[in-house]
Design a protein. Structure first.
Length: 539
C-alpha cells in the first residue's frame, strides 16, 4: 500500500520517515509533501491508498486538502492530525468522513498502531467491496424507497384509502399490509443554545446514528427518518407482527434522546410520539402530531403521547392591557410592559394553555399597538422594522416562549431608541444635514430623507424648518452651491464635472442657479477666486 504524509514542518516529516517501521504494517511506499498544494499534485501523479495530513498549514489547510480529495471522490483513507484539541476540527473531520483524528506531538509507536488500523480497515473495505456492491446497494435502494414512500403518502392533505396504500407500497416494493402497525415520533430540536453553527447535513448524520442506536428493538424496525424542516425530524417504525409496543418503554427511549440532545448537543428537544398505529391511521396520527407540535408551547424537553393528548383551551390577554401598554410605551416605561407580559405568559404556562395560536394572537395585537404608538410620534414603523433582523425574529417568534421574548425585547428596544431620537429635534436635524452633505451628488428628496430618520415626510420637513429656519429644499440647494464654490476655488476640475459632483446633470441649470446665488457665472467665480492670470479652465 502507498501512503502520503503532508506537513509543512520538515522535522516532522523526517521524524516520521525515520521513526515509523512501514514494512511491519504493510506499507510499501511512503511519500512526503510539505504543503497541501504539493500533496494535490502528488495525488494526481501517484496511486495513494492512505493520506495523513496536518490540519494547520501555511496556505491551504489539511481540511481544505481533505475537501479537495472528497470532491474528486478519491478512494483514499484519510487521517488528520493537529497540535490543538479543538472540537470544531473533530466535527469537521467527521463531516468529511476522515478515518481517524489525533493530536501532536506524534509518538511513533502510537502512529504505527493508527496506521496499522488504517491498513486493516482499507483491506477489510476492499475485501468486502464485491459483496457490498450487491448487498448494500440493495439495502440503500430499499432505504431510499422507504423514505420516498413515506414522504409521498404523508405529503398529501388527504389520507389514502387502504387500497391506495397497498398499491403505493407495492409500487415501491415494500411489504406493508393492512395488518401492520407503526410507531411514530416527531423530534423538535429547533431551540438551539450553543451549537447553532451545525449545518443540517452534519446534524442529520449525528441524529441518524443516535436514533438508530436508541430505537433498535425486537419489537419494531426503523423504516424512515426524514427532515420536515430545519430542526424537525420525523421517525417511522414498523412494529413486528404480533407485538404490542409498550407506551412507557417507548416514551423512555424518547426521553433518552432528549437527554442526549441536552448533554451532548447542548440543545433542547421535544418528542411527539404515537405507538400501535394501524397502517391506514398513520396519516391521521401524523396530522394530529403536527397539530400538537405546531400549537403546544407549554413545556420544553417534554415527551407528548399524541393519542392521549387533549388540546388545551386558550385564554387571551385582556385587550384593555394593550391600551395600557401603549400609554406605558409613550412614557418610556418599556420595563413595566415586559413585567406585565411576563406575568401573563407565566400564568398561561402554569395553566398549560400557552399555545402557538395564543402567541400568534398576542403577537398581532402587540405589533399593532407598537406601530400605532410609533405612528402617533410620526415614526414610520414599517420602514423602521423592515430589516432582516426584524423579519428573522418575527418568523421565529412562535417557535418557543424564548423566541417570543427575543422578538418582544427587540421591538421594544428599537422603538425606545427611536422615540427618544425623534424627541430630540437637534439630533434629527443634524442627522439629516450630515446625510445631505455626504450625498450631494445623488438625488435627494423629502421622502428619501424621511427614510433616513424613519419619520413621516411631512413631520420631518416641518421639524427641519422649525429648527433651521430653512426648508429642506433650500438647505440642499445652498449646500450644493457651497460645495461647488469650494471645488471651483480650490481645484481645476472641469465645471461640467463640478456640476455633476454636486447633483446637477444639466450644466445650464447649474450655471443659472449658481448665478442666482452668487451674482456671477461659475467660470467667472473660478477666475476671480483663483486669479485672472491663470490659464482658462475648460468646461
Amino acid at each position: 500500500m502507498n501512503i502520503l504524509f503532508v506537513d509543512d514542518e520538515i522535522d516532522v516529516l523526517t521524524g516520521i520517515a525515520n521513526g515509523v517501521r512501514f514494512d511491519s504494517i504493510g506499507i510499501t511506499v511512503a511519500l512526503m509533501a510539505r504543503s497541501a498544494e504539493e500533496a494535490m499534485e502528488m495525488l494526481q501523479q501517484h496511486p495513494i491508498d492512505i493520506l495523513v495530513t496536518d490540519i494547520e498549514m501555511a496556505k491551504n489547510s489539511g481540511i481544505d486538502l481533505l475537501e479537495w480529495v472528497n470532491t474528486r471522490q478519491m478512494d483514499i483513507l484519510c487521517l488528520l492530525c493537529t497540535a490543538y484539541s479543538n472540537f470544531d476540527y473533530a466535527k469537521k473531520a467527521l463531516d468529511l468522513r476522515a478515518f481517524d483524528y489525533y493530536l501532536k506531538p506524534i509518538r511513533y509507536t502510537e502512529l504505527e498502531e493508527k496506521l496499522r488500523g488504517a491498513v486493516e480497515e482499507l483491506q477489510k473495505r476492499r475485501s468486502q467491496a464485491q459483496a457490498r456492491q450487491f448487498g448494500e446497494y440493495w439495502l440503500d435502494f430499499q432505504k431510499e424507497n422507504r423514505n420516498n414512500f413515506w414522504r409521498k403518502i404523508l405529503a398529501d392533505n388527504q389520507a389514502l384509502t387502504e387500497q391506495q396504500l397497498a398499491a403505493e407500497a407495492a409500487w415501491y416494493k415494500l411489504p406493508y399490509t393492512s395488518s401492520d402497525s407503526f410507531a411514530i415520533c416527531v423530534f423538535d430540536i429547533q431551540h438551539c443554545t450553543e451549537m447553532g453553527e451545525w449545518d443540517s447535513p452534519t446534524l442529520y448524520y449525528c441524529l441518524d446514528n443516535v436514533i438508530m442506536e436508541l430505537f433498535q428493538s425486537d419489537q419494531y424496525s426503523i423504516q424512515a427518518l426524514t427532515q420536515l424542516e430545519k430542526g424537525v425530524y420525523r421517525l417511522i417504525l414498523l412494529q413486528n407482527r404480533g407485538f404490542t409496543v409498550d407506551r412507557g418503554e417507548f416514551a423512555g427511549r424518547c426521553r433518552a434522546f432528549i437527554v442526549f440532545c441536552n448533554q451532548h448537543l447542548l440543545m433542547n428537544a421535544d418528542c411527539y410520539m404515537a405507538v400501535n398505529t394501524p397502517f391506514d391511521y398513520v396519516h391521521a396520527t401524523i396530522r394530529k402530531i403536527h397539530d400538537i407540535f405546531r400549537d403546544d408551547l407549554t413545556g420544553t424537553n417534554q415527551v407528548y403521547d399524541a393519542p392521549l393528548h387533549r388540546k388545551k383551551g386558550a385564554g387571551y390577554i385582556n385587550p384593555e392591557a394593550m391600551t395600557n401598554y401603549a400609554s406605558l410605551m409613550s412614557q418610556g416605561r418599556q420595563d413595566e410592559i415586559m413585567e406585565e407580559m411576563d406575568r401573563f405568559f407565566t400564568r398561561c404556562a402554569e395553566k398549560k394553555i400557552l399555545s402557538r395560536q395564543l402567541m400568534e394572537v398576542v403577537r398581532i395585537d402587540f405589533v399593532q399597538m407598537v406601530f400605532a404608538v410609533l405612528k402617533e410620534n410620526n415614526i414610520a414603523a414599517r420602514q423602521l422594522f423592515h430589516q432582516d433582523e426584524y423579519q428573522g425574529l418575527y418568523e421565529r417568534s412562535l417557535n418557543s416562549i424564548n423566541d417570543m421574548w427575543a422578538f418582544i425585547h427587540y421591538i421594544l428596544n428599537v422603538s425606545e431608541q427611536y422615540l427618544k431620537f425623534s424627541n430630540r429635534p437637534q439630533s434629527v436635524v443634524r442627522t439629516i444635514q450630515e446625510y445631505i452633505d455626504q450625498h450631494l451628488s445623488e438625488s435627494i428628496t423629502r421622502s428619501s430623507l424621511a427614510k433616513v430618520v424613519f419619520l413621516n415626510p411631512d413631520y420631518m420637513a416641518k421639524l427641519f424648518k422649525e429648527n433651521t429656519g430653512k426648508s429642506v429644499s433650500l438647505y440642499i440647494k445652498e449646500s450644493r452651491i457651497e460645495a461647488a464654490k469650494q471645488k471651483l476655488a480650490g481645484t481645476n476640475i472641469p465645471i461640467s464635472l463640478v456640476a455633476q459632483m454636486v447633483g446637477y446633470d444639466s450644466f445650464s441649470y447649474f450655471s443659472s442657479l449658481f448665478h442666482d446665488a452668487t451674482g456671477m457665472t461659475p467660470g467667472k467665480y473660478r477666475r476671480q477666486m483663483q486669479g485672472s492670470g491663470r490659464e482658462k479652465v475648460p468646461k
